[in-house]
Design a protein around this ligand. Structure first.
Ligand code: SAH
Length: 219
């Protein structure tokens, strides 16, 4: 990507390495994806700070460190089918597009889904499909998934998401009440039907609203 922001992206990569991100493919994706294209125009000057920024509709583009860590926890090799829940800006979708073979991303707010679809298309991320709907249900027709990443806070692990994991598949999801959550890695066993849950870090996300999430305000 030749634009005026390559130096800022390199600095962000260095900052993430210092914070413990080691996966070279993830760092390469951070060095490549133009985050300034995914944030509101008036915030483009801050696009490469390691900080969450406001999007439209009261939503948030997550902190790059948390997004990089979530991608790293999926241990992607480039051959996987991945589901993202909570497309938002589409920035993490673009990172995943570089790390996996196919990416499906579900967003419940139609305006955000449309905006993310347009920017991802215009930048040529062609292995990505943005879907509009309730991602707490997963997206069964395109599953099962080797990796699922949820970018909004759930009260508990939504059952449909673990059901749509392949054996050995990984789910990264913030679990907990609205004020603070624990980023959690759920891994489906290779052979049996069991799961292991590993707490990773305290995080703060906007709520996951839907059938297997928090109750949306309108219902
Ligand atoms: N990864 C995004 C994060 C966006 S914030 C980014 O970096 O821009 C979380 C997003 O999850 C919001 O856009 C919100 O609308 C969406 N969301 C909340 N509940 C959802 C659900 N049940 N299904 C799909 N998306 C949901």
């Amino acid at each position: 990507m030749t634009d005026g922001y390559a130096g800022y992206r390199s600095k962000l990569v260095e900052a993430l390495q210092l914070k413990g991100i080691h996966d070279m493919a993830v760092l390469r994706a951070i060095a490549t994806v133009p985050r300034h294209r995914f944030v509101p125009e008036q915030l483009q000057g801050r696009a490469y700070d390691d900080a969450a920024l406001p999007l439209s509709q009261g939503q948030t583009i997550s902190q790059p460190y948390v997004q990089a860590r979530s991608c790293e926890l999926l241990e992607l090799t480039g051959r996987e089918r991945v589901l993202e829940v909570g497309t938002g800006s589409g920035y993490q979708t673009a990172l995943l597009s570089m790390l996996a073979e196919t990416v499906f991303s579900v967003e419940r707010l139609p305006e955000l889904a449309r905006g993310a679809h347009e920017v991802l298309r215009s930048l040529g991320y062609d292995n990505v499909t943005v879907l509009h709907g309730d991602g707490t249900m997963g997206w069964k027709p395109n599953g099962p998934y080797d990796g699922i990443v949820v970018a909004a806070a759930a009260p508990t692990v939504p059952a449909p998401l673990v059901e749509q994991l392949t054996p050995g598949g990984r789910l990264v999801i913030p679990i907990g009440p609205p004020d603070v959550q624990v980023l959690t890695l759920v891994r489906r066993d290779d052979s049996e039907r069991g799961f292991t849950e590993t707490p990773i870090a305290d995080v703060r996300f906007v709520p996951l609203l839907g059938e297997f999430g928090h109750t949306p305000p309108e219902s």
